[in-house]
Design a binder for this molecule. Sequence first.
Ligand code: 3HC
Ligand code: NAI
Length: 704
Amino acid sequence: MSLNIVRYENGNGIGLVLISNPPVNALSAEVVAGLRKAVDIFEADTSAKALVLHCEGRTFVAGGDIANFETPNFDTRPFSSLLSRLDESPRPVVATLHGTVLGGGLELAMSCHHRLALPDTRLGMPEVKLGLLPGSQGTQRLPRLVGVPLALDLMLTGRFISAQDALAAGILDEIASDDSLALGIAAAERLAEANLPVRRSSTLNVSADAATRQALAEATARAAKKPNYPALGAIVRAVEAAVNLPFSDGEEMEAREFDQLRLSSTSRALRHLFFAERTAARIPGLSREGAAREVHSVGIVGAGTMGGGIAMNFANVGIPVVLVEATDEALKRGLSVVRNNYEASAAKGKLSKEEVEKRMSLLNGSLDYGSLASCDLVVEAVFEDFYIKKDVCARLGQICKKGAIIATNTSTLDVDLLAEATGRPADVVGMHFFSPANVMRLVEVVRGARTAPDVLTTAMRLARRIGKVPVVSGVCYGFIGNRMLDPYIREMEFLLLEGAEPQQIDNAIESLGMAMGPCRMSDLSGVDIGAKVVNGRLEAGELPPDPSYRVVVRKLFALGRCGQKTKAGYYRYDGRTPLPDPKIVDICADLAREHGIARRRDIKDQEIIERLMYPLINEGIQILDEGIAYRPGDIDVVWTAGYGFPDYRGGPMFMADQIGLSEIKNTLDHYARMRGNQFGYWTASRLLESLAATGQRISAWTKQ
Ligand code: 3HC
Ligand code: NAI
């Protein structure tokens, strides 16, 4: 009942509205209804001299309820008119803030006449991250309170600011040392006593000075460069309205823009990802409050590209790390790369010099595996070689203390076999970080056949603690992401053999919004790495019996064209700039001849997109059917957080529904006819087939 979620009390002549809608006091329809009722009561309660708005629990209102935006006739206007009633109240209205005051929460606060906050409160307008603009007067009030340049900055980036910065900027009137409610009531009494006209943010003037004009011009230009994020332009237009139009006209324009954005494919995709990222943290069958192991110290074996980056993640949150290497030289190199990374951040002003030293002091190098004995969790990040890893895992099984977790960062090897090698498989989990490990948000947490539930839970919570987005994957070649990458790269190579050039393939894929096309990506991650994986799988008998499978990568590797690091791969390089290389055309033409593949001149961008993306989607659906990924949203998170898939398309599963599953199925059939299907490359997954036949969506699918 709304009155339980929102309560009205009158204590000694001060009206008090208490909101209690855990976990984050989001503005659900019930909260808005409850608020309306409470304001009705306050308006009729002539014995109340002032009103205080306060939230129970961990935060003041953290925004509109994002799930509500799916309701067909959702409208921000009812909430906005409630805010106008608070704003227009002749009696003072005070907001007491704590936690994260975001979006509709900040809009609610700004409609009050006085705002005070606890010192660790953070405030922001993150609607843009959902493809929206603040839809309840925020675009009109914030510029009036802080000026256009800062208002645009906050709304266009969605970044949070501290209470101290908000006070300096004019969003807050006071910082409360503690007990914000008592201080809020005191402020309300003071204001009522003073009997002065209240300060309404709606009536403040927006400065239209040179800085305002410049900020608007720059924001307009930046928004124009990102047409896939229509909220950017809408925010600028709404702020322009705040400068040029009366409050009520600006408010109406903002509401119209919100309506349009809410229905846009970008916002739908971003909202989907908001919930998908959070849902991914849940492990079916395990309670969210379930037991986990304590992790106060971490060991890392191997201080190479990945080990160093992984270590930084832990040091960044104050967890001490022991880095163990095979040689002194490798250890020194590893630690110096980490230091250089931190110093580069310091040079950009992102980190203080003291912070660099503090983080470095948490990293201790060693050549002695014995120094891992006291660690709560050890991540192995040594060479991707099964026998080396098996040996390292066996040693860790002996050395690590009882109850310590052993995590492997392998990208392609069998986590279950490595787990067995430790002699304590229940303690083993995969933690597959992505390169650069200190930057990329994704961690695939690989659940082995015998991984203990508390080990899985610990890995998930730890990943969240270091700011990552964890997604659980079962054990299979490549886990979720690299397994889906396999058919994508396969088709990239076949298209090269048939006559497409790397730049055409990359351009076509980048036109979809992928951060990088597959040829550039392969050059960056290393043709040698890709070729070694293919060669290893060939030796293990894991490849399809197709002599032309992945011949390009193997040939380039044999020619020493390892990508950017050797200045030649699918491209040649001028520094880091890829340039078309005629030699690639010759290499591919020779390989095509060798394998009896006809060269064509009619390869269109649409074919490239279909041949790369549809088998990738098909593999994703197959992975769901096999239970390797728990949910379609998990796959979308993997691709958007780890592989540069455009967030405005929501991920490959979300995109599949936009394209239509039957369209995808028919297109796979088309290529099966056109290319032949001897090796099953175009066979639709059973699940895709059945969903396409019954007109269902993959995003809505759950495993029975
Ligand atoms: N609506 C609905 N649910 C929300 C929500 C919101 N605005 N904000 C958080 N939640 C839910 C999450 O889905 C999660 O649910 P779950 O536990 O069932 O998975 C739970 O609250 C806790 O969220 P987090 O796991 O993210 O908790 P954190 O402590 O890490 O972060 C937070 C808290 C900073 C508030 C973060 O959740 C966040 O950034 N939320 C989004 C805030 C936002 O975008 N607000 C603007 C909304 S749009 C709006 O206000 C429109 C208005 O202008 C009209
Ligand atoms: P790397 O070659 O940069 O580093 C490996 C390090 O391990 C080297 O410094 C080496 O000296 C050290 N090492 C080797 N044997 C050792 C031993 N027995 N004891 C202690 N140290 C030892 O390799 P990279 O790229 O860091 O890869 C490490 C792991 O991370 C591999 O499993 C790889 O598949 C995985 N990975 C790599 C990604 C990448 O993009 N580089 C992405 C995701 C995972």
